[in-house]
Design a protein around this ligand. Structure first.
Ligand code: MG
Length: 217
């Protein structure tokens, strides 16, 4: 059973994970993608969750696993068709997530117009930190996001550069999917994505949330 922890000891069973793609301009450019009029959404199953202390296992059916470091939100209250102004009433916590992506398989899926389910939703594709209460984050749109791989800074961005800010994302997402307590929302990655390999140590941090470390087997 996949779980995440809020604060010192409140455990949530994870439901679905709603992810946002292509939400930062520089990341769209680095993948030579096109800016979309509406948020790009995809899902990961709860079995994608990895908690700190668990190791990242690279699937043997891919030869290009990329890191994408993202602000994650923990849903605390059932949310359907909410308005952007009161998103905070439904979000209980903020955390850090890696949206691990099989870039080689995703490229084939994009080319053939096929779903991203395998490239994005494989077992262990969503390492997450502990969550802090949303009240501990003064402004969700001014957070610095960083990822170090083996001590080298690979990703650095700010949530101020989101194309669709959190309030807007939650209004859009809940117009399509009802969010339930324990669901997670991943808000997209800033630029600097790249491959991870066996033996790597990944350390991600976000202002006001903290940091997390994962090792790749
Ligand atoms: Mg992503």
């Amino acid at each position: 059973m996949a779980t995440v922890v809020l604060g010192p000891d409140t455990v949530y069973r994870v439901g679905k994970i709603v992810c946002v793609g292509q939400n930062y301009l520089k990341h769209i450019s680095e993948l030579a993608s096109k800016r979309q009029e509406k948020p790009v959404l995809f899902l990961k199953p709860s079995t994608a969750v990895l908690n700190e202390g668990q190791k990242i296992i690279l699937p043997d059916y891919s030869s290009e696993v990329h890191h994408e470091t993202e602000l994650a939100l923990l849903v605390g209250k059932k949310a359907s068709r909410i308005s952007s102004e009161n998103w905070k009433a439904y979000i209980r916590g903020a955390g850090i997530a890696l949206d691990l992506t099989l870039r080689d398989l995703q490229a084939i899926a994009k080319e053939r117009g096929l779903p991203w389910a395998i490239a994005k939703g494989f077992d262990g594709s969503c390492p997450v930190s502990g969550f802090v209460p949303i009240e501990a984050v003064p402004d969700i749109q001014t957070l610095d996001i960083k990822l170090y791989v083996n001590g080298v800074l690979k990703q650095q961005g700010s949530t101020r550069d989101m194309i669709f800010p959190v309030a807007c994302l939650l209004e859009f997402i809940t117009s399509i999917f009802t969010l339930e307590p324990g669901d997670l929302v991943l808000t997209g990655t800033p630029s600097g994505v790249g491959p991870i390999t066996s033996g790597d140590q990944l350390e991600a941090s976000i202002t006001a949330i903290g940091s997390m470390t994962f090792h790749v087997v």
